[in-house]
Design a protein around this ligand. Structure first.
Ligand SMILES: NC(=O)c1ccc[n+]([C@@H]2O[C@H](COP(=O)([O-])OP(=O)(O)OC[C@H]3O[C@@H](n4cnc5c(N)ncnc54)[C@H](OP(=O)(O)O)[C@@H]3O)[C@@H](O)[C@H]2O)c1
Length: 246
């Protein structure tokens, strides 16, 4: 059987993208809408940008939630049930990124990162999977990071959170097979105007592809997993121009 027959179209599928107002999340939302999906745009603080993304997606529905709070996550999924009548796909994209010296980081700093980058990813997966199990199928894509594969000295807390996302992806893929596939896309350097920052510029110089990546390239990998048969599950695809090979 050819891939063309096996791969499912996204046309008419309801897919939630977290942190979809700006940057990579916006690129993913725009691409899914272009594929004919019914995109649910989640945002937290970026209301205006979210409204613009929703309009650019052809009038997508908007869902506001602070993902640090599990009760807000549960409320958002109930809202999606009521307004969209269920969910076929979830893209966990929302995250935080900070620099902290591991010798001075506080408990609050640690929770600031892990509550969004790891705890919220788990609880969004859980809420989505309950609904997908009831429908008999679903696709989850967790956006991790090159920082979950390679250690970055000033970002131990972030690297740990993203390595957690990668292991969560594998464990949940095993837990929820065969109905639900769970995969991860690990971005390398995808700058939105920060190319000139010394740390970012150094990473771009070290990238074998010789350039940074784009939101559109990330979105391409997300679409791949959303359209894939459930036989492809628990996988991590680095979209990093080869930087993880260094
Ligand atoms: N850009 C890169 O080079 C790069 C590299 C490696 C990995 N990644 C990963 O790729 C994904 C997207 O990257 P990005 O650079 O586009 O991300 P970003 O702009 O830093 O963040 C994406 C969105 O996350 C949302 N968010 C943050 N805290 C939240 C909270 N408490 N509740 C709900 N939403 C919250 C924000 O929504 P609001 O703006 O609405 O508040 C924000 O717009 C992230 O998972 C990131 O870790 C990116």
């Amino acid at each position: 059987m050819s891939d063309a027959i096996l791969r499912a179209s996204l046309r008419g599928k309801t897919i939630l993208v977290t942190g979809a107002a700006r940057r990579i999340g916006r690129s993913i939302a725009l691409r899914l809408a272009a594929e004919g999906a019914r995109v649910a745009i989640h945002y937290n603080g970026s209301k205006q940008e979210a409204e613009r993304t929703a309009a650019d997606c052809g009038g997508a529905d908007l869902f506001q939630a602070n993902l640090e709070s599990v009760s807000e996550i549960e409320r958002m999924f109930l809202d999606i049930d009521q307004r969209l009548g269920g969910l076929d796909g979830l893209v966990n994209n929302a995250a935080r990124f900070t620099h902290f010296d591991p010798l001075t980081i506080t408990e609050a700093d640690w929770d600031f990162i892990h509550n969004v980058n790891l705890k919220a990813v788990f609880f969004c997966c859980k809420e989505a999977a309950i609904r997908m199990k009831a429908r008999g199928a679903g696709r989850i894509v967790n956006i991790s990071s090159l920082g979950g594969i390679r250690p970055w000295a000033d970002h131990a807390h972030y690297c740990a959170s993203k390595a957690g996302v990668i292991m969560l992806t594998k464990a949940l893929a095993k837990a929820w097979a065969p109905q639900i596939s769970v995969n991860s896309v690990a971005p390398g350097v995808i700058p939105f105007g920060e190319q000139d920052a010394p740390e970012v510029a150094a990473m771009i110089r070290a990238t074998p592809a010789g350039r940074p990546g784009s939101g559109a390239e990330l979105a391409d990998a997300v679409v791949y997993f959303l359209e894939s048969p459930s036989f492809i599950t628990g996988q991590v695809l680095a979209v990093d121009g080869g930087l993880s090979l260094r």
